[in-house]
Design a protein around this ligand. Structure first.
Ligand SMILES: [Fe+2]
Ligand SMILES: [Fe+2]
Length: 349
């Protein structure tokens, strides 16, 4: 079946269901809409709008088109006003519509209920949150046993070169710190994932908890790179540190997850200290309290007039949560259990 013919066949099937009225003009694209309840912005709902262009349909054979028709019909029963508006707009644009993939992965958009398009592709409205900034920042795990002391002094010794290199350049320091901080969650999550596969057992939610932590740390980095641009030698340092730290943590986690989580717990305590110093310099006027980057405003649901200080406060709260999770994970091991024996603290912000 020719591409143009297949496209028009699919259009004939889909168009009445999409608009509920007359079929669109020749060459116009059909649109499939799907409502989605999400907590974006101030708890507002967002709408997932999937555009399916005629070019995608052109690539499909007849059975695929029939299957798509059935799915579209089912999903469309709950189409929303915003979705219809988008569909109408898409139909009006006709051939100018963005082409979807041969694989059926159509370009998708999220539209807030006020009609404003969600501009971030790296995270979705329902992944945003308001951190609990009332968390106790001073909580500290006192190193008592040898393993704790090894973890504690390992982290303390890592702080020395960091202090010498960055001194009080906290913007750069935060950025570099986050390139390291995003590693342990990914390594731990990956190893638990592999273990789950090998042993045919559940992880108790810990894989997701650790991967969530890694993603959260990476969002810290995405935020701070808007504030401080890394220079070439800082990028070179990241390469070196990542190469060493990833492998060291990987081996460390294989040998003793108890030690690995304890080290991260202490790293997070150091991160809280660094961000507290960062805040002091902002409050003293030594660092300009610039407007918060838009990505931070959306990710942490900050007010539109939020500043760098607000960002540092919420990031510091995140670090305190990571501290708790990792010390907790180490404690689980200390009690002779495995992580899967204790439900993971998911969505702990
Ligand atoms: Fe972080
Ligand atoms: Fe952290």
């Amino acid at each position: 079946m020719g591409a143009r013919v297949a496209g028009s066949v699919l259009l004939r099937h889909l168009a009445p269901r999409m608009s509920g009225s007359a079929p669109p003009p020749p060459g116009a694209a059909a649109a499939v809409t799907r409502p989605l309840v999400a907590g974006g912005g101030e708890g507002g709902a967002a709408v997932w709008v999937r555009l399916l262009s005629t070019s995608a349909a052109a690539e499909k054979e007849e059975p695929a088109a029939q299957k798509g028709e059935a799915a579209a019909s089912k999903e469309n029963t709950a189409s929303t006003v915003a979705g219809k508006v988008e569909a109408t707009r898409a139909a009006g644009e006709g051939a100018n519509i963005v082409e979807s993939s041969y694989w059926g992965i159509a370009p998708s958009k999220l539209v807030n209920k006020d009609g404003v398009e969600w501009k971030w592709s790296c995270f979705r409205p329902w992944e945003t949150y308001s951190p609990d900034t009332t968390i106790d920042l001073k909580k500290h795990h006192k190193p008592r046993v040898l393993l704790d002391k090894v973890a504690y002094w390992t982290v303390k010794s890592m702080r020395v070169p960091t202090d010498i290199f960055f001194q009080r350049r906290y913007g750069c320091r935060a950025m570099m710190l986050e390139t390291v901080a995003a590693v342990p969650g990914m390594v731990g999550g990956m190893l638990l994932h592999l273990r789950s596969l090998r042993r045919f057992e559940h992880s108790g939610g810990w894989i997701r908890a650790l991967l969530e932590e890694a993603e959260n740390e990476r969002m810290h980095l995405m935020t701070f790179m808007e504030v401080a641009k890394p220079r070439w030698y800082e990028r070179a340092l990241v390469l070196t540190v990542q190469g060493v730290f990833f492998n060291a943590y990987f081996l460390g986690y294989l040998l003793s997850p108890k030690l690995a989580h304890r080290i991260v717990g202490y790293l997070e305590e150091e991160a809280i200290h660094s961000y507290t110093e960062y805040l002091k310099d902002i409050e003293a006027g030594k660092i300009e309290n610039v407007p918060a980057p838009p990505i931070a405003i959306d990710y942490w649901r900050l007010p539109a007039d939020a500043t760098l200080k607000d960002v540092v406060v919420v990031v510091r709260a995140d670090e305190a949560h990571h501290r708790d999770v990792n010390h907790f994970a180490s404690d689980v091991h200390f009690q002779g259990m495995e992580l899967k024996d204790t439900p993971a603290p998911l969505d702990y912000h």
